[in-house]
Design a protein around this ligand. Sequence first.
Ligand SMILES: Cc1cc2nc3c(=O)[nH]c(=O)nc-3n(C[C@H](O)[C@H](O)[C@H](O)COP(=O)(O)O)c2cc1C
Length: 156
Amino acid sequence: MLIVYFSHSGNTRRLAACIQRLTGGDMAQITPLTPYPQDYDAVVELARQEQRRNVRPPIAAMQPDPAAYDTLFLGYPNWWGTFPMPVAMFLENYPVGNKTLVPFCTHEGSRLGKSEQDLRRLCPQARLLKGFEVRGSRVDGAEPSVKAWLSELGLI
Ligand SMILES: Cc1cc2nc3c(=O)[nH]c(=O)nc-3n(C[C@H](O)[C@H](O)[C@H](O)COP(=O)(O)O)c2cc1C
């Protein structure tokens, strides 16, 4: 299993690390070549424009190579109701095909939003499993629910 994630302010990274501890999977980060601004208003506006224009921001080559894995966890913060555009870029650069895809998301109220629908659209052949969502501020206490989710899916 490979745990692929994008994180801007660290919440999704901590959730990815929790999944890593529980599954023993490998980890790989989606890194945009141009970092997003740290200023909240600036990143919110940029993300909004990227989504409107369906932009694909270039990302760094992934290590390890996702092609070598059958099951990909895919983690992201909810940005404007779905995953950030670097995640769409990842899906284009590393086609999921018929692999198993397991989404997880941090947010401030919108849960997974329409991200699962968007994943289904971009990866029509993938075996898309039930996603996990938690508020960014609650990631640190989320291990029991992460464990329950992974058990339910038969992944631990
Ligand atoms: C550009 C941007 C857009 C966001 N849009 C939403 C949203 O539509 N719904 C929501 O619940 N949270 C939204 N958030 C909050 C993030 O999803 C939340 O803080 C998340 O835990 C951040 O994850 P990270 O620390 O891994 O970057 C947004 C945050 C940013 C920076």
